[in-house]
Design a protein around this ligand. Structure first.
Ligand code: B12
Length: 181
Protein backbone atom coordinates (compact mmCIF):
# COMPACT_ATOMS: atom_id res chain seq x y z
CA UNK A 1 0.00 0.00 0.00
CA UNK A 2 0.97 3.65 -0.36
CA UNK A 3 1.43 5.31 2.99
CA UNK A 4 1.85 9.03 3.55
CA UNK A 5 3.52 9.91 6.85
CA UNK A 6 3.38 13.46 8.14
CA UNK A 7 5.64 15.21 10.65
CA UNK A 8 3.67 18.42 11.31
CA UNK A 9 6.58 20.02 13.08
CA UNK A 10 5.72 23.68 12.83
CA UNK A 11 3.45 26.39 14.14
CA UNK A 12 3.12 28.45 10.97
CA UNK A 13 3.22 31.82 12.62
CA UNK A 14 6.25 33.65 13.95
CA UNK A 15 10.02 33.62 14.21
CA UNK A 16 9.66 32.49 17.81
CA UNK A 17 7.72 29.50 16.58
CA UNK A 18 10.40 28.74 14.03
CA UNK A 19 13.01 28.81 16.80
CA UNK A 20 10.95 26.23 18.66
CA UNK A 21 10.87 23.85 15.73
CA UNK A 22 12.71 20.64 16.40
CA UNK A 23 15.79 20.54 14.23
CA UNK A 24 16.80 16.97 14.94
CA UNK A 25 15.30 14.09 12.98
CA UNK A 26 12.11 12.73 14.54
CA UNK A 27 13.11 9.38 16.01
CA UNK A 28 9.55 8.10 16.46
CA UNK A 29 8.79 8.57 12.78
CA UNK A 30 12.10 7.01 11.80
CA UNK A 31 11.30 3.90 13.83
CA UNK A 32 7.78 3.83 12.48
CA UNK A 33 8.83 4.03 8.83
CA UNK A 34 11.53 1.40 9.27
CA UNK A 35 8.83 -0.97 10.54
CA UNK A 36 6.74 -0.71 7.35
CA UNK A 37 8.96 0.26 4.45
CA UNK A 38 9.89 -3.32 3.51
CA UNK A 39 6.20 -3.95 2.87
CA UNK A 40 4.73 -0.61 1.80
CA UNK A 41 5.63 2.42 -0.30
CA UNK A 42 6.14 5.31 2.08
CA UNK A 43 6.36 9.03 1.46
CA UNK A 44 7.29 11.42 4.26
CA UNK A 45 6.09 14.99 4.49
CA UNK A 46 8.17 16.80 7.10
CA UNK A 47 7.22 20.44 7.58
CA UNK A 48 10.12 21.27 9.91
CA UNK A 49 11.70 23.81 7.56
CA UNK A 50 8.52 24.74 5.74
CA UNK A 51 6.46 26.74 8.22
CA UNK A 52 6.21 29.69 5.88
CA UNK A 53 5.36 27.83 2.69
CA UNK A 54 3.76 24.68 4.08
CA UNK A 55 0.85 24.59 1.61
CA UNK A 56 3.13 24.80 -1.40
CA UNK A 57 5.61 22.36 0.11
CA UNK A 58 2.99 19.74 0.95
CA UNK A 59 1.25 20.01 -2.41
CA UNK A 60 4.58 19.55 -4.21
CA UNK A 61 5.63 16.68 -1.99
CA UNK A 62 2.53 14.59 -2.62
CA UNK A 63 2.36 15.21 -6.35
CA UNK A 64 1.92 11.89 -8.14
CA UNK A 65 1.49 10.03 -4.86
CA UNK A 66 -1.95 8.62 -4.23
CA UNK A 67 -1.88 7.27 -0.67
CA UNK A 68 -4.18 4.58 0.71
CA UNK A 69 -3.70 5.94 4.21
CA UNK A 70 -2.27 8.98 5.98
CA UNK A 71 -0.35 8.68 9.26
CA UNK A 72 0.23 11.83 11.31
CA UNK A 73 2.56 12.07 14.29
CA UNK A 74 1.69 14.69 16.84
CA UNK A 75 2.83 16.17 20.13
CA UNK A 76 0.42 18.30 22.17
CA UNK A 77 2.05 21.58 21.23
CA UNK A 78 1.71 20.98 17.48
CA UNK A 79 -1.71 19.32 17.48
CA UNK A 80 -3.51 22.42 16.17
CA UNK A 81 -0.96 22.79 13.37
CA UNK A 82 -1.44 19.08 12.64
CA UNK A 83 -5.18 19.59 12.21
CA UNK A 84 -4.52 22.41 9.74
CA UNK A 85 -2.29 20.08 7.73
CA UNK A 86 -4.84 17.27 7.87
CA UNK A 87 -7.47 19.69 6.60
CA UNK A 88 -5.22 20.72 3.71
CA UNK A 89 -4.53 17.07 2.85
CA UNK A 90 -8.27 16.30 2.80
CA UNK A 91 -8.66 19.09 0.24
CA UNK A 92 -5.82 18.12 -2.06
CA UNK A 93 -5.58 14.33 -1.93
CA UNK A 94 -7.27 12.56 -4.85
CA UNK A 95 -9.34 10.35 -2.52
CA UNK A 96 -10.63 12.35 0.46
CA UNK A 97 -12.12 9.21 2.04
CA UNK A 98 -8.85 7.46 2.89
CA UNK A 99 -8.30 6.92 6.63
CA UNK A 100 -6.20 9.25 8.73
CA UNK A 101 -4.44 7.52 11.61
CA UNK A 102 -2.73 9.58 14.28
CA UNK A 103 0.13 8.61 16.59
CA UNK A 104 2.80 10.20 18.76
CA UNK A 105 2.77 11.40 22.35
CA UNK A 106 -0.43 13.47 22.11
CA UNK A 107 -2.42 10.56 20.68
CA UNK A 108 -1.03 8.35 23.43
CA UNK A 109 -1.83 10.63 26.37
CA UNK A 110 -5.24 11.95 25.29
CA UNK A 111 -6.56 9.45 22.69
CA UNK A 112 -10.21 10.32 23.30
CA UNK A 113 -9.64 14.03 22.71
CA UNK A 114 -7.75 13.25 19.50
CA UNK A 115 -10.46 10.85 18.30
CA UNK A 116 -13.14 13.46 18.94
CA UNK A 117 -11.79 15.40 15.96
CA UNK A 118 -13.57 14.70 12.65
CA UNK A 119 -10.22 14.49 10.83
CA UNK A 120 -9.14 11.52 12.96
CA UNK A 121 -10.24 8.00 12.01
CA UNK A 122 -7.91 6.06 14.29
CA UNK A 123 -5.21 6.58 16.90
CA UNK A 124 -2.17 4.51 17.76
CA UNK A 125 -1.58 4.45 21.50
CA UNK A 126 2.03 3.82 22.51
CA UNK A 127 4.68 2.16 20.38
CA UNK A 128 3.85 1.97 16.69
CA UNK A 129 6.33 -0.60 15.36
CA UNK A 130 3.91 -3.51 15.75
CA UNK A 131 0.53 -1.79 15.93
CA UNK A 132 0.91 0.22 12.72
CA UNK A 133 1.90 -2.71 10.44
CA UNK A 134 -0.96 -4.74 11.96
CA UNK A 135 -3.38 -1.87 11.23
CA UNK A 136 -2.10 -1.57 7.65
CA UNK A 137 -2.52 -5.32 7.14
CA UNK A 138 -6.23 -4.99 7.96
CA UNK A 139 -6.58 -1.98 5.74
CA UNK A 140 -5.00 -3.87 2.85
CA UNK A 141 -7.89 -6.35 3.02
CA UNK A 142 -10.41 -3.56 3.58
CA UNK A 143 -11.15 -4.88 7.06
CA UNK A 144 -11.82 -2.77 10.12
CA UNK A 145 -9.05 -3.03 12.75
CA UNK A 146 -11.07 -4.88 15.41
CA UNK A 147 -8.71 -6.57 17.88
CA UNK A 148 -5.56 -4.80 16.69
CA UNK A 149 -3.79 -4.02 19.96
CA UNK A 150 -2.80 -0.40 20.47
CA UNK A 151 -5.34 0.95 17.98
CA UNK A 152 -8.57 2.80 18.78
CA UNK A 153 -10.72 3.69 15.82
CA UNK A 154 -14.10 4.90 14.57
CA UNK A 155 -16.00 2.04 12.98
CA UNK A 156 -18.27 2.34 9.93
CA UNK A 157 -21.12 3.50 12.16
CA UNK A 158 -18.89 6.17 13.70
CA UNK A 159 -18.69 4.39 17.05
CA UNK A 160 -15.35 4.54 18.86
CA UNK A 161 -13.82 1.07 19.28
CA UNK A 162 -11.17 0.76 21.95
CA UNK A 163 -8.93 -2.25 21.38
CA UNK A 164 -6.73 -3.35 24.26
CA UNK A 165 -3.33 -1.74 24.64
CA UNK A 166 -0.24 -3.45 23.30
CA UNK A 167 2.42 -4.51 25.82
CA UNK A 168 5.79 -2.81 25.39
CA UNK A 169 8.16 -4.55 23.01
CA UNK A 170 10.71 -6.31 25.20
CA UNK A 171 13.16 -7.59 22.59
CA UNK A 172 14.37 -4.36 21.04
CA UNK A 173 16.75 -6.25 18.72
CA UNK A 174 13.67 -7.69 17.03
CA UNK A 175 13.12 -4.17 15.66
CA UNK A 176 16.31 -4.19 13.59
CA UNK A 177 15.54 -3.57 9.94
CA UNK A 178 15.59 -6.70 7.79
CA UNK A 179 18.89 -7.93 6.29
CA UNK A 180 19.64 -6.08 3.11
CA UNK A 181 18.88 -2.67 4.55
C1 B12 B 1 14.10 12.94 22.82
C2 B12 B 1 13.03 13.96 23.11
C3 B12 B 1 13.18 15.21 22.54
C4 B12 B 1 14.25 15.55 21.53
C5 B12 B 1 13.72 15.15 20.14
C6 B12 B 1 14.48 14.03 19.55
C7 B12 B 1 13.86 13.67 18.24
N1 B12 B 1 14.27 14.37 17.25
O1 B12 B 1 13.03 12.82 18.10
C8 B12 B 1 14.33 17.09 21.65
C9 B12 B 1 15.32 17.48 22.71
C10 B12 B 1 14.66 17.83 20.36
C11 B12 B 1 12.92 17.39 22.16
C12 B12 B 1 12.32 18.61 22.02
C13 B12 B 1 11.06 18.92 22.51
N2 B12 B 1 10.30 18.16 23.29
CO1 B12 B 1 10.72 16.35 23.68
N3 B12 B 1 11.03 14.52 24.25
C14 B12 B 1 11.94 13.65 23.95
C15 B12 B 1 11.66 12.34 24.70
C16 B12 B 1 12.61 12.26 25.90
C17 B12 B 1 11.78 11.07 23.86
C18 B12 B 1 11.05 11.15 22.52
C19 B12 B 1 11.40 9.95 21.70
O2 B12 B 1 12.32 9.96 20.89
N4 B12 B 1 10.73 8.85 21.95
C20 B12 B 1 11.00 7.61 21.28
C21 B12 B 1 10.15 7.48 20.05
C22 B12 B 1 10.47 6.13 19.39
O3 B12 B 1 8.81 7.49 20.49
P1 B12 B 1 7.68 8.40 19.86
O4 B12 B 1 8.25 9.63 19.28
O5 B12 B 1 6.61 8.55 20.87
O6 B12 B 1 7.15 7.53 18.63
C23 B12 B 1 6.55 6.26 18.79
C24 B12 B 1 5.06 6.27 19.06
O7 B12 B 1 4.57 7.49 19.60
C25 B12 B 1 4.43 5.94 17.73
N5 B12 B 1 4.15 7.01 16.79
C26 B12 B 1 4.71 8.23 16.69
N6 B12 B 1 4.19 8.88 15.65
C27 B12 B 1 3.30 8.07 15.05
C28 B12 B 1 2.50 8.25 13.91
C29 B12 B 1 1.65 7.20 13.53
C30 B12 B 1 0.81 7.38 12.30
C31 B12 B 1 1.60 6.00 14.26
C32 B12 B 1 0.70 4.90 13.82
C33 B12 B 1 2.40 5.82 15.39
C34 B12 B 1 3.25 6.86 15.77
O8 B12 B 1 5.37 5.08 17.11
C35 B12 B 1 6.70 5.55 17.45
C36 B12 B 1 7.58 4.32 17.52
O9 B12 B 1 7.16 3.47 18.55
C37 B12 B 1 10.16 12.53 25.12
C38 B12 B 1 9.75 11.83 26.42
C39 B12 B 1 9.38 10.40 26.15
N7 B12 B 1 9.75 9.54 27.07
O10 B12 B 1 8.77 10.06 25.12
C40 B12 B 1 10.04 14.05 25.20
C41 B12 B 1 8.71 14.69 24.84
C42 B12 B 1 8.14 14.04 23.60
N8 B12 B 1 9.05 16.13 24.51
C43 B12 B 1 8.16 16.94 24.89
C44 B12 B 1 8.25 18.33 24.64
C45 B12 B 1 7.19 19.20 25.31
C46 B12 B 1 9.25 18.86 23.82
C47 B12 B 1 9.41 20.32 23.38
C48 B12 B 1 8.10 21.04 23.01
C49 B12 B 1 10.17 21.04 24.48
C50 B12 B 1 10.27 22.56 24.25
N9 B12 B 1 9.59 23.31 25.10
O11 B12 B 1 10.90 23.00 23.31
C51 B12 B 1 10.35 20.19 22.19
C52 B12 B 1 9.54 20.00 20.91
C53 B12 B 1 10.40 19.69 19.74
C54 B12 B 1 9.56 19.29 18.58
N10 B12 B 1 9.37 20.18 17.66
O12 B12 B 1 9.09 18.15 18.51
C55 B12 B 1 7.02 16.27 25.62
C56 B12 B 1 5.75 16.22 24.76
C57 B12 B 1 4.50 16.38 25.61
C58 B12 B 1 3.26 16.26 24.78
N11 B12 B 1 2.18 15.98 25.47
O13 B12 B 1 3.22 16.42 23.60
C59 B12 B 1 7.64 14.87 26.00
C60 B12 B 1 6.64 13.72 26.08
C61 B12 B 1 8.37 15.06 27.36
C62 B12 B 1 7.41 15.34 28.50
N12 B12 B 1 7.11 14.34 29.30
O14 B12 B 1 6.94 16.42 28.66
N13 B12 B 1 12.38 16.29 22.74
Amino acid sequence: MDVLIVNPNSFFSSTVDLLNAQITPNLGIAYLISSIEHEHRVRLVDTTFHSENFRQYISGKIKGFNPDVVGISTLSFNFQASLKIACLLKEILPDPDIPFIWGGVHSTVVPEAVLSEPLVDAVCIGEGERSFPAYLERLKYKEEPYGVEGIWFKNKEGKIIKNSLRPFIQDLDSLLPRPGY
